[in-house]
Design a binder for this molecule. Structure first.
Ligand code: GLC
Length: 428
């Protein structure tokens, strides 16, 4: 038998910022909130429906989330077991949730009249969650922002003609200034999550690292907070790779090297509040997404789109509660866990996660195996004790030294309080 330390444990490439907490905590809440909560038909509505700024302005004039209470949001996130949150300080529409010195297009100038970001950061920090800011690099409101293939005015010849007079660099100064303003005002911000760069098409040039002056922006960010984690969408890979709306089959790699990664996903088919969208994922499905991510060494960032009144809707609460009910007894298989040693063969319909410090292996069963499950090979040799995680009830087993198989004896009935049951294996 090999020693545990001799087995192949994947470790991601080191990061510039401090990713130790991030790799431990594994689970965060994404929040997409802006004026698009009012049309309630996707956060891209301005682009999708080619809405000119003068028309889109009706949402600015009617934005009044009277039921907004970020303590309720933070409670829901904390109950679900989320350890950090990432809020859209500004999405592509350009509307700012904080009282920026660089624009009038902000929540304080709507009928609501107040800064939204400050009480949110306070509420989440009070409950021990770390702070992340999603910040849109692109901006469909700023007057100096030129037209590209996804801009709402891409089919207005009149608007496009004005591009000659627009100076994108002035917009980029604004982007840099606002980023610094946010990072200083809310210091320490743990994650800055930029989104995104635009490719060219036949008609319009793209916008990317050169236009954004990404190197310069990154240097400014690191000067304010050397520990901060930066994502990959400034077109320069930094600390976190962010695959979106698709599950992975293996640990995410860059040039063949495993890296720190976080998958971001929605509860349903939209990031912003979408009243009529019905493709809501079930609690079980969401839990499997969390487990799958950790089983491949990644994080899950799960998105909520609050309503124009300032609430999470019931469908989101329902999922968050369901996740929290499971996390209450199973978070040990998530926090501090990563992919199991590659030598460990995982039984059918199951997923392993592994806590290398505690030397515990977690066997998640996506279908209840009825009576027993068999571990074979290397993993079978290492088991020292086994229990059902939700109630710490012993799982008896037979070990066959000749075949190197270990049969875990499970009850016929799936354990209570465990939609996805987990066997905790203490390894030697
Ligand atoms: C996509 C969407 C955008 C969303 C982001 C989150 O880029 O277009 O609206 O904010 O994903 O990752």
């Amino acid at each position: 038998m090999k020693k545990l330390e001799e087995l192949t444990l994947i470790k991601p490439a080191p990061t510039i910022g401090d990713s130790s907490w991030f790799r431990h905590d594994r689970f965060g809440m994404f929040i997409h909130w802006g004026l698009y909560a009012l049309p309630a038909r996707h956060e891209w509505v301005k682009s999708r429906e080619y809405i000119p700024t003068e028309v889109y302005d009706k949402y600015f004039r009617h934005f009044d989330p009277d039921l907004y209470d970020p303590k309720l949001w933070a409670d829901a996130a904390s109950y679900a077991g989320m350890k950090y949150f990432v809020i859209t300080t500004k999405h592509h529409e350009g509307f700012c949730l904080w009282d920026s010195a660089y624009t009038d297009y902000k929540s304080t100038n709507t009928p609501y009249g107040k800064d939204i970001l400050t009480p949110m950061v306070e509420a989440f920090r009070d409950r021990g969650l770390r702070t992340g800011f999603y910040h849109s690099i692109i901006d469909w409101h700023h007057p100096e922002y030129t037209v590209d293939r996804i801009h709402p005015m891409r089919s207005s010849e009149e608007y496009i003609a004005q591009d000659a007079k627009r100076d994108l660099n002035k917009y980029v100064d604004y982007l840099h200034n606002q980023t610094e303003e946010l990072l200083k005002r809310y210091d320490p911000v743990d994650v800055i999550w930029f989104d995104f760069s635009v490719s060219a098409n036949d008609r319009f040039p793209g916008k990317g690292r050169k236009e954004w002056r990404s190197e310069e922006l990154i240097a400014k960010i690191r000067a304010i907070n050397p520990k901060i984690l930066i994502d990959d969408r400034l077109q320069i890979d930094q600390d976190i790779k962010t695959p979106e709306q698709r599950m992975q089959n293996e640990w995410v790699k860059v040039n063949g090297v495993p890296v720190v990664w976080e998958g971001c996903h929605t509860f349903s088919g939209s990031w912003g509040y979408h009243r009529d969208e019905e493709t809501w994922k079930s609690v079980d499905q969401l839990l499997m997404m969390l487990i799958d991510s950790v089983s491949l060494g990644g994080n899950l960032l799960l998105n909520v789109g609050p309503t124009g009144r300032g609430e999470f809707d019931e469908r989101a609460y329902d999922r968050l509660r369901g996740i929290g009910d499971w996390m209450k007894r199973h978070s040990r298989s998530i926090y501090g866990c990563t992919q199991a040693p590659l030598e460990f063969e995982c039984p059918r319909d199951c997923r392993f996660t592994y806590n290398p410090e505690k030397k515990r292996l977690y066997l998640h069963m996506y279908t209840w195996p009825f009576g027993g499950v068999q571990l074979r090979g290397e993993v079978a040799e290492h088991v020292e004790y086994a229990q059902i995680l939700s109630d710490a009830s012993e799982v008896l087993y037979d070990y066959n030294d000749e075949n190197k198989t270990l049969n875990l004896k499970l009850p016929v009935k799936k354990p209570l309080n465990a939609q996805i049951p987990v066997v905790e294996l203490f390894l030697k």
